[in-house]
Write a new protein. Structure first.
Ligand code: SF4
Length: 311
């Protein structure tokens, strides 16, 4: 039983759901679990979270990636503090919470207020796509759910329906090798009945990226880092220069090593380069390599540990 799947009457159900919805965005359950426990230990209630400092939240989030989620989680808790920690009951109002889009808003409305709203994620898309034996891209999910509301939802158990869809997609109607033989709805499933099965869009969970990381170093044991990087997953944090790998590279850069690092649903293959220089680009600042400030993300810290050995 996952810790955020609590009883409908649980006094902290909004907090647990909010926390899990933010943490689970583009991140697997097994990665999230220790962070979820850590947050509850430091901030046992939504109220305590809403009174926290951003710096402390980012520190706890360290290693989970996509730090914008942590900032939005805190902003959302502060927003909820202004309305007595009650989730509004309309989609438009819930979407006013920072970082909450249609998917999360629908999930929260179903889980907290038992509303007949389905959060359409990869699992739900795949299940419908198979039942109809139609490509995901050809299905208008919003219209489909609206037209079949009475068939899909069960009064007073809408949150269970949403949960069941997610579980069904993860355990039975899996992306690869669905358990069709033991599936209770196989007689109604066009994918199962079809002799000529259509290819179902399988969303790749892991994206591979090859990148080059360039470290400007000087003789004072300093490294040039910038906050103005265009790397989406670590925006506003200090990073060395990062570029998608290209074939032709200036000879002034020395290759230190190649390694792999996973961040959320991305697998990075990193070529780590360095050069000694007195000049750094305008948006960069020198940082002492031993000053592993708490605001430096773990992605950069790992690089500092590797670079430290040649200084
Ligand atoms: S029969 Fe197979 S493909 Fe169809 S819904 Fe069940 S598990 Fe999915």
């Amino acid at each position: 039983m996952l810790p955020w799947r609590v009883d409908k009457n649980h006094k902290h159900k909004l907090y647990y759901r909010l926390l899990s919805e933010f943490m689970l965005q583009q991140t697997q359950v097994k990665t999230v679990l220790p962070y979820f426990s850590k947050f509850l230990k430091h901030y046992p209630t939504l109220k305590s979270l809403s009174q926290a400092q951003e710096r402390a939240i980012l520190k706890l989030w360290e290693g989970l990636g996509y730090y914008r989620r942590a900032k939005n989680l805190l902003k959302s808790s502060k927003h909820l503090a202004k309305i007595k920690y009650e989730l509004p009951d309309s989609l438009d109002e819930v979407k006013k919470l920072p970082g909450v889009g249609t998917y999360t808003a629908n999930a929260l409305l179903a889980f907290i207020h038992d509303k007949p709203t389905l959060a359409v994620d990869g699992n739900v898309r795949r299940v419908f796509s198979r039942i109809l034996n139609t490509e995901e891209t050809e299905i208008n999910f919003e219209k489909l759910i609206k037209l079949n509301k009475k068939k899909i939802f069960i009064k007073k158990r809408n949150s269970d329906v949403v949960e069941a869809f997610m579980e069904f997609g993860a355990i039975i109607c899996k992306p690869k090798n669905p358990e069709c033989n033991s599936c209770k709805i196989k007689k109604k499933c066009n994918y199962f009945k079809s002799k000529k099965l259509k290819k179902v869009n399988l969303r790749k969970n892991i994206k591979n990226k090859k990148i080059n990381v360039f470290c400007y170093l000087n003789k004072k044991k300093q490294i040039g880092l910038t906050k103005k990087s265009n790397v989406g997953f670590l925006k506003n944090f200090v990073l060395p220069e990062i570029k998608i790998r290209q074939k032709n590279l200036s000879k002034e850069w020395n290759l230190l090593l190649n390694y792999n690092q996973n961040i959320s649903n991305k697998k990075f293959n990193i070529n780590l380069y360095y050069k000694f220089t007195k000049k750094i680009p305008g948006d960069f600042k020198w940082y002492n390599i031993n000053n592993k400030n708490e605001m430096i993300p773990s992605f950069t810290k790992k690089i500092l540990n590797k670079i430290e050995k040649i200084l």
